[in-house]
Design a protein around this ligand. Structure first.
Ligand code: TPP
Length: 513
C-alpha cells in the first residue's frame, strides 16, 4: 500500500465521505487512490476558491468535514479567501495539499512555494507529512483537529513522494473531543446579570446558539427576565421560519448599529463576540455597544450553547414560554423588485426545510423581517466578509443537504468571483435556485463613497460600475450548464422560482434590480 492509499482509507475510517477537488500533477497518486478505493464522493471545482467554499457549505449542513484536494502552494492560495470565510464560520475542513517531493523541494522548481506559510493564516492545524508510513496517522489526526468543537481548519501538506512511496499504514478514526460545557460560574454570573439589571442584551452567535432548541431556551430566559435577544450580524447557520424565534440581528451599518445598541448596559454572550464594526470610520467608535456596558460570557464559541442556555434557564427558574406567533406568511411581492418584496415572495414560495444561502450584500438587509413567518428553513451567511462565497457555499450545502432545496440570494459582483461553481451545480445536478441580484454595480461601495460626502467621478465610478460591458447572466449560466431566465418584476421572479422549486436541477434567475 502506498501513502496515498493509506490516506484515502484513513479518511474514510475517520468518517470523511466527500472530497472537493482541483488536482494537479503532484496529487496524481491521491487521485489514483480515490479511483481504486470506493467510498469517497469526489466533486470537481473549477477554481480552488470554489473547492474551499463548497467544503464550508458542506460542513455547515452536515457537521462533519469534507476533504479538499488542492494543488501545491498556489492552489491553496487560490482557496484562501473562502478558507478565511470558513474559519470565521467555525467550519471544520480537512485540506490535503499536494506538494513537491521532499528531495525535489531544494531544487526550487517553479511551483515550489511556502505552502505551510500560506496554510498557517487560515488553519488551526498544519502538518507536512514526512514519510508514507505516517500519512494515514496524519490524516486521522487532521480529521480529529477539524472535528474539534466548534470546527477547525486542518491542513495536511503531502509531498508527492509521501503519496507514491510504499509502506502506507491505515489509521483508525480518532475520537472526537467532547464539546466543552459552560462553566458553572459563567452560568451563575450570567444569571446574576439578568436578575439584577434591566437593559440586558442576550447576544447569540455561532451555529450552536442559533438552533431551534437554543432559540427556545433563549426566549425562555428573556421572557423571565425582560432581556432583549439579538443574533450577531453574520452567522454560519441560523434556524429560521415558523417554530423558530423571530429574531433580528445586530445591524450592519455602523450608525444604525450604534443607535440600536445605545441603551444596552449589559451584554451576555452566548457563542457570540462583542459587536464591533466591520470597519472603522473616521470619528466613529469601533465598538458598537456603549463603552460602559459590561460583558459576561455564558458560553464561548466552542462550548455547548444550548446546554449553557438550559443551565441558565434552570438557574433563573425561568418558566416555560411559548414562542410568539410570527403571524401568517406574507403575500408575495408585486411590481418592481424591492428587498422587502423579494423577501415576501421568498417567504410565500419557500418550500419546507429550504436552505437559504445569503450573499445578497447591499440588497439583502431587508430580507429578515419578511421571512420570519416562512416555512422552517436554515439561513447561511457570508461570515468573513470575503465576497465570492455564495455560489460555492450553496453548492456545498446542496451536497450536504440531502435533497433539500437551496436558494442562493446572490449579488452579481460577488458572484463573478466564483462563477465556476455553477458548472459544478450542473454537473452534480444539484437542487439549487440562484436568485442573481443584477444591479450591475458594486452598490455597497457606491453607498460607502456617498457616505464620505463624495460624488464618484469617472475614475471612481469605473471602479464600482459593472456595466460597459453588461454581464449576460442568462447566457453565462447556460454556458456552464445551468438553465436560466431573466425577470424584471417580482411576479416574473415568483413564476420562475415556482418552476425551479418543482425541478431537481439547478436554475438561475437573473433578477434585474
Ligand atoms: C475578497 C474581497 N474582495 C473585495 C471586497 C470588497 N468589496 C466589498 S463589497 C464589494 C462589491 C459587492 O458588489 P455586489 O456583490 O454586486 O453587491 P452590491 O454591492 O451591488 O450589493 C467589494 C468589491 C471584499 N469584501 N472581499
Amino acid at each position: 500500500m502506498n501513502g496515498a492509499e493509506s490516506l484515502v482509507h484513513s479518511l474514510l475510517r475517520s468518517g470523511v465521505e466527500v472530497c472537493f477537488s482541483n488536482p494537479g500533477t503532484s496529487e496524481m497518486h491521491f487521485v489514483a487512490a480515490l479511483d481504486r478505493i470506493p467510498g469517497m464522493r469526489c466533486i470537481l471545482g473549477l477554481q480552488e476558491n470554489v473547492v474551499t467554499g463548497c467544503a464550508d457549505g458542506y460542513w455547515r449542513m452536515v457537521g462533519r468535514p469534507a476533504v479538499t484536494l488542492l494543488h501545491c502552494g498556489p492552489g491553496l492560495a487560490n482557496g484562501l479567501a473562502n478558507l478565511h470565510n470558513a474559519r470565521r464560520a467555525r467550519s471544520g475542513i480537512v485540506n490535503c495539499v499536494g506538494d513537491q517531493a521532499t528531495y525535489h523541494r531544494p531544487l526550487d522548481a517553479p511551483l515550489t512555494a511556502d505552502t505551510e506559510g500560506f496554510a498557517r493564516g487560515v488553519s488551526h492545524w498544519v502538518r507536512t507529512a514526512a514519510l508514507a508510513r505516517d500519512v494515514g496517522r496524519d490524516a486521522a489526526t487532521a480529521v480529529q483537529a477539524a472535528r474539534t468543537s466548534p470546527g477547525q481548519i486542518a491542513t495536511l501538506i503531502l509531498p508527492s513522494d509521501t503519496c507514491w512511496d510504499e509502506g502506507g499504514e491505515v489509521a483508525e478514526g480518532l475520537p472526537v473531543p467532547a464539546t466543552p460545557q459552560a462553566e458553572h460560574h459563567a452560568v451563575a454570573a450570567s444569571a446574576r446579570v439578568l436578575r439584577e439589571n434591566s437593559n440586558v442584551l442576550l447576544l447569540l452567535g455561532g451555529t450552536m446558539a442559533l438552533t431551534e432548541g437554543a432559540q427556545r431556551l433563549a426566549h425562555r430566559v428573556a421572557a423571565a427576565t425582560g432581556a432583549r435577544i439579538l443574533a450577531m450580524t453574520s452567522n454560519a447557520r441560523f434556524a429560521r421560519g415558523q417554530g423558530r424565534l423571530a429574531m433580528a440581528r445586530v445591524p450592519y451599518p455602523a450608525d444604525i448599529a450604534i443607535a440600536d445598541l445605545a441603551k444596552v448596559e449589559h451584554i451576555v454572550l452566548v457563542g457570540a463576540t462583542p459587536p464591533v464594526g466591520f470597519f472603522a470610520y473616521p470619528g466613529k467608535p469601533s465598538r458598537h455597544y456603549p463603552e460602559h456596558a459590561t460583558i459576561t460570557v455564558l458560553t464561548r464559541p466552542e462550548q455547548d450553547a444550548e446546554a449553557g442556555l438550559r443551565a441558565l434557564a434552570e438557574e433563573l427558574s425561568a418558566p416555560q414560554a411559548d414562542l410568539p406567533d410570527p403571524g401568517p406568511r406574507p403575500e408575495a411581492g408585486r411590481g418592481a423588485p424591492t428587498p422587502e418584496g423579494l423577501g415576501a415572495t421568498l417567504a410565500t414560495l419557500m418550500p419546507e426545510q429550504a436552505i437559504v444561502v445569503d450573499e445578497s450584500v447591499s440588497f439583502g438587509r431587508g430580507f429578515f423581517p419578511a421571512t420570519y413567518a416562512a416555512a422552517p428553513h436554515d439561513w447561511l451567511q457570508i461570515t468573513g466578509g470575503a465576497i465570492g462565497c455564495g455560489l460555492p457555499l450553496a453548492t456545498g450545502a446542496a451536497i450536504g443537504g440531502g435533497g433539500r432545496r437551496v436558494i442562493n440570494l446572490q449579488a452579481d459582483g460577488s458572484a463573478m468571483y466564483t462563477v465556476q461553481a455553477l458548472w459544478t451545480q450542473a454537473r452534480e445536478r444539484l437542487p439549487v435556485t440562484t436568485v442573481l441580484l443584477s444591479n450591475r454595480k458594486y452598490q455597497i461601495l457606491l453607498g460607502e463613497y456617498a457616505s464620505v460626502g463624495a460624488n464618484p467621478g469617472r475614475t471612481a465610478m469605473d471602479m464600482m460600475d459593472l456595466g460597459n460591458p453588461d454581464i449576460g447572466w442568462v447566457g453565462l449560466a447556460q454556458s456552464l450548464g445551468v438553465e436560466a431566465a431573466q425577470a424584471t418584476t417580482l411576479e416574473g421572479c415568483a413564476d420562475l422560482m415556482a418552476q425551479s422549486f418543482a425541478r431537481p436541477t439547478p436554475f438561475l434567475i437573473e433578477l434585474v434590480i
